[in-house]
Design a protein around this ligand. Sequence first.
Ligand SMILES: [Zn+2]
Length: 243
Amino acid sequence: MNIIQYNLLLLNNTQINVFIERKKIKNHYIKIFPNLKVVVCIPLNMDLNLIYGFIEKNKKWIQKNLDKYKNVQKENIRDNLSNGGTVKILDNQYIVYIYESNKNSIVIDGFNIYIYSIRSNDINYITKQYNNYLKEKSTEYFKESIKKFWPIFQKYNLTFPNLKVKAMKSKWGSCRPSVSQITLNLYLYKTSIQCIDYVVLHELTHLVHHGHKQRFYNFLEKYMPNYENIEKQLDIYATQILY
Ligand SMILES: [Zn+2]
C-alpha cells in the first residue's frame, strides 16, 4: 500500500502521526478513527506539499475531533461508582449496582457488578471498598501472569520476584532487580489481558537486562513478537487512565 506518514504538531503541543493514503479518488478528505488514528486519503497524483498544507490548515478541526473521541473513551473507562454507572475491568465494562447490606462484598455476574456495602450512600467509602476489591483481584491475576512467564526466566538462576500492586499516576510498572521486586499499577487491571502480559514480561525482562538497550528489546521480541502493537495499545490506555 502507498502510505506516507506526516508528523503534525497540534496546538496543544502534542505530536501525532497523520497517515496519508493514495487512492483512486477524485477529492481528498480526512478521516479520524475512534482509536485516534488520523488518515488523509488523497488522489493518486496529488502533490504532497499541497496535502501537507491542507493538513496544517485543518489542524484545529483534527484536534477538536481527537479530543471528542478521547472524552468518549474517558467517560467509558473512568469508573463511575454509582447505581447504573460503569466500571472497567480487564477491558470489559460492568454496570454498577449498589445495595445496602450488613456485610461488605462485591460480586460480578455477567456484565453486572453488585456492590453490597454497609455504607451504600457514602461514595468515598464505596470507592475505598471497590479499590480494595480491585487490589485483591488484580494481585491474584498479575501473580498468575508472572507464573506463566516464569519458565522463561528459570535458567537465569533468579529469585522469584516479589509483587507489589499500587495505584500509580505515570507508569504501568517498574522493576528493582537488586531486590527482585516488581511493582505493577493497580489500574493495569483495567486494560486487556495482552497488555497485562506485556507489562509483566517487560518488567520480568528487566531482571535479566537492565535498561532499555537493544538486547532488552530482542529478548522481549523473542517471547512476544507483536510487543510493539501492544505498546501502542497501552499508550492509548495511558491517555484514558493515567493522565
Ligand atoms: Zn522498562
